[in-house]
Design a protein around this ligand. Structure first.
Ligand code: SF4
Ligand code: SF4
Length: 294
């Protein structure tokens, strides 16, 4: 079962939930893998402290012009969605840092005047934290090929029964790449106007993808009732409430897990798992045409 932890904005507690849930389940003897797909700013490793045992580069393909064949027709530039290739006065200019390596320009070039070369955009590291399998990606500074690194992180999924994916914040391409194969998405938010606004966008995203989802409210005792009211009106289940507890913030600042630092929260993530797995089983049994969970 693949569970993606996502949120419409950063700083809502995604990593706290991902790491504490993953370690809770691993310590109970379950077969679990944690994937940190927030490759622009991965930080799960700070909390789970894995031993890294392998590292590999992530390459993307980008085009190179074979000058003697090129006629300057401009087809390649019209094909590129990312403005990574332009044609000026019959001369082809390529911007590799904008290229997403889709191969469209090479495919459509009528003269077969584009060949593909490789470019390193980041690395993927793999290891273990006790019995917990761990993978994270690190995008090179200044690179834009975030989805390519995320794809490579996801290729490292092994035989584990449960995979927890810490997604990047927001609702753009990297997030969709992270969550699109998930069986369940947990959307993390805070009960504030900004939290509500970003939650609504994130809900639209998972509904469009047709993935079952629920909501976790972090710092649930601050702000107002608008998030709860929205979830109630939309029929969305809130399956986790984490209070605004100074001990949690202090543990986070020391790079410690909540389940290790604050005794009373040990059961919180086991309960979360029970709720999610029950909902997942129920959803599979019903197997309704729409996978949306309300
Ligand atoms: S499509 Fe091919 S031939 Fe046309 S400008 Fe681009 S590289 Fe040159
Ligand atoms: S490979 Fe794709 S993204 Fe890169 S230049 Fe060609 S069309 Fe654009």
């Amino acid at each position: 079962m693949i569970i993606a932890i996502a949120s419409g904005k950063g700083g809502t507690g995604k990593t706290t939930i991902s790491t504490n849930l993953a370690l809770t389940l691993a310590r109970q003897g379950r077969s679990v893998q944690l994937l940190d797909c927030d490759v622009e700013e991965p930080n799960c490793h700070i909390f789970v402290r894995p031993e890294i045992h392998s590292s590999r580069k992530v390459d993307v393909r980008f085009p190179r012009v074979i000058e003697e064949r090129c006629t300057g027709c401009g087809v390649c530039a019209s094909v590129c969605e990312y403005s990574a290739i332009i044609v000026v006065k019959g001369k082809v200019l390529i911007f590799p840092e904008l290229c997403h390596g889709c191969g469209g320009c090479s495919l459509f070039c009528p003269e077969k005047a584009l060949e593909e070369a490789g470019r390193s955009v980041g690395i993927v590291e793999q290891g273990v934290a006790g019995t917990l399998g761990f993978v994270h990606g690190l995008l090179d500074i200044g690179e834009l090929a975030t989805p390519a690194v995320i794809r490579e992180v996801k290729r490292s999924v092994g035989e584990s029964d449960i995979v927890i994916v810490d997604s990047p914040p927001g609702t753009s391409c990297p997030v969709i790449e992270s969550v699109k194969d998930a069986d369940f998405v947990l959307l993390v938010t805070e009960p504030t106007p900004f939290g509500l606004n970003d939650l609504k966008i994130a809900v639209e995203m998972v509904r469009a993808l047709g993935i079952p989802f629920s909501v976790a409210v972090n710092r649930c005792d601050i702000g107002d009732e608008a998030v709860r009211g929205y979830c109630r009106d939309e029929g969305i289940a809130i399956v986790l409430n984490i209070p605004d507890d100074r001990r949690i913030a202090e543990a986070y600042s020391r790079g410690e897990m909540i389940i290790d630092a604050v005794e009373e929260y040990k059961g919180l993530f086991e309960e979360l798992w029970q709720t999610i797995s029950n909902r997942h089983c129920r959803d599979q049994e019903q197997e309704t045409p729409s996978r949306e969970m309300v």
